[in-house]
Ligand binder design. Structure first.
Ligand SMILES: Cc1cc2nc3c(=O)[nH]c(=O)nc-3n(C[C@H](O)[C@H](O)[C@H](O)COP(=O)(O)OP(=O)(O)OC[C@H]3O[C@@H](n4cnc5c(N)ncnc54)[C@H](O)[C@@H]3O)c2cc1C
Length: 235
């Protein structure tokens, strides 16, 4: 799994500060923004922390992060795109030929010889069948996207994919709350932790205390059956 930060809003704290102050000021946002140049870093950072703690999070929507994600499965991206307050651009299985597709092997399967054999055998079989479908389509005069778009129906959830994701800070805080939780599936949890690490490095005043929802709540809302035990269960 490879996660890279492609781009993020420049001057994120000043943008958030300016947006929040605009609500209470006669000045134009441009003037408030210029004023922030003279402000102490510590004062702006405290303001950011107060916003996160107070839950008045709409001003955090003005700052966004764009990530390039690769080496993940379609099983992961299917879960990822359920997060609606985000923008996505994913490698197409229609425009890109998948004859040499890579696949993700879950650690539980990797560590057992028998599971590994069953898993890799079927994936190699799918790979061969995909190639045979493409060949047959070619014989019938169909190539490129016309062949790929139907051959892809046999590709598994394990297929490796690439996706570009843009999320604003408010959505990122929410994403981390649900996907850093141990209840989340291992692959998307790994992704969430890697994204969180980047966010913490780039914007600690917002993401310092970010993580699974129990980190904020101080208890686990998941109930006895699903709780990892790190925090007490809500009675
Ligand atoms: C452990 C776990 C197990 C899961 N299991 C399943 C499963 O078995 N089946 C399944 O289908 N899904 C499952 N999901 C996915 C889950 O139901 C959500 O679709 C996914 O986590 C996206 O979260 P979201 O809807 O809160 O947030 P986002 O889409 O990221 O939206 C963020 C927030 O915006 C608000 N919002 C967004 N859209 C609307 C709207 N239309 N109306 C009102 N408010 C809105 C909500 O407050 C929402 O929390 C699972 C998720 C987790 C973490």
């Amino acid at each position: 799994m490879k996660i890279e930060l492609l781009e993020m809003t420049s001057d994120p704290e000043k943008i958030i500060y300016t947006s929040a102050r605009q609500c209470y000021s006669n000045k134009d946002a441009t003037e408030i923004f210029i004023d922030t140049q003279k402000m102490k870093k510590e004062k702006i950072e405290k303001f950011m922390r107060d916003i996160v703690n107070s839950g008045h999070e709409s001003v955090l929507e003005h700052v966004k992060f764009t990530f390039a994600i690769s080496g993940v499965s379609r099983a992961l991206t299917h879960q990822l795109v359920r997060h609606r307050i985000a923008s996505y651009s994913q490698q197409s299985q229609r425009y890109v030929n998948m004859e040499d597709f890579n696949y993700i092997i879950p650690p539980s399967i990797k560590k057992d010889k028998i599971l590994f054999e069953i898993y890799t055998n079927i994936l190699n079989e799918i790979k061969n069948s995909y190639k045979r479908l493409i060949e047959r389509f070619r014989e019938l005069g169909l190539e490129g996207e016309l062949a790929n778009q139907d051959a892809r129906y046999i590709l598994p959830n394990a297929t490796e994919t690439k996706i570009v994701v843009t999320m604003n800070c408010r959505e990122l805080l929410h994403f981390f709350k649900v996907r850093c939780c141990t209840r989340a599936q291992w692959e998307i949890r790994e992704l969430a932790y890697k994204m969180l690490q980047i966010c913490k490095e780039k914007l600690p005043s917002i993401f310092d205390k970010s993580g699974a929802k129990c980190e904020f709540l101080g208890y686990c809302p998941e109930g006895e059956k699903f709780s990892c035990g790190r925090y007490p269960i809500k009675k």
